[in-house]
Ligand binder design. Sequence first.
Ligand code: OAD
Length: 234
Amino acid sequence: MKQYHRIFILTGAGISAESGLATFRSANGLWNNHKVEDVASIEGFERNPALVHDFYNDLKKEVQGVEPNAAHLAITKLQQNYDAEVNVITQNVDTLHEKAGNQNVYHIHGQINQAVCLNCGHVLETWGDVDTETVCPHCQVMGMMKPNIVFFGENLLCMDTVERLLRQSDLFISIGTSGVVYPAAGFVQTAKYYGADTVEFTLEPTANNFLFDKHIYGKAGEMLPQFVEELLAI
Ligand code: OAD
């Protein structure tokens, strides 16, 4: 272990698993009840916006009922005690990083507590239900709100910042992501190209596991706090 100056933490569904939220590609994952093309694609939303709104309204309620776990809290500890800039780039639409007190959180796949107006671009923050009759508080047009979730076929959010951080970071940590959904799955390659050390935390080897210098297999809530202690001990 050496002293790092800028740390890039990429998180996926696995970091929230110990909080009780299902991952995407596990046996009880999201896709079992709904086909991905129905609830996470622009075409699916155009076909049946009411179903998509219902789906994310339900997920919103589920997310509100769960708490951050030891892995989220380990990131807070790292940010508060380690002399480096620590950025959290998450694919998760839950808000457990924020609930745990994490700073510098970038939601590249959107956030469950937001909806965006397809008419004027206004982003509405709400934990209440949004549906096909919701009126945009900015342009007053009804029925144009879409969950602010990045669907397949849409661009990721915050990419200017992400690309800069990938070039500037000297440690890249991936936590709980299977490495199959691009472009996020390609971030490690860019970080490595620009010289970062790379570490991944998952339950089992991932699709892009050859790009990591170090693999830590096991529950993030158990393994990440230990790793943070090792960083803090330098
Ligand atoms: P996946 O469900 O594909 O992968 C979850 C990963 O977390 C796997 O590698 C598991 O081994 C690991 N994992 C599970 N429990 C864990 C634990 N307790 N500790 C550590 N690791 C654990 O989820 P993502 O990679 O996040 O996009 O999926 C990427 C994207 O696919 C999602 O953001 C979503 C979906 O399309 C959108 O919704 C836009």
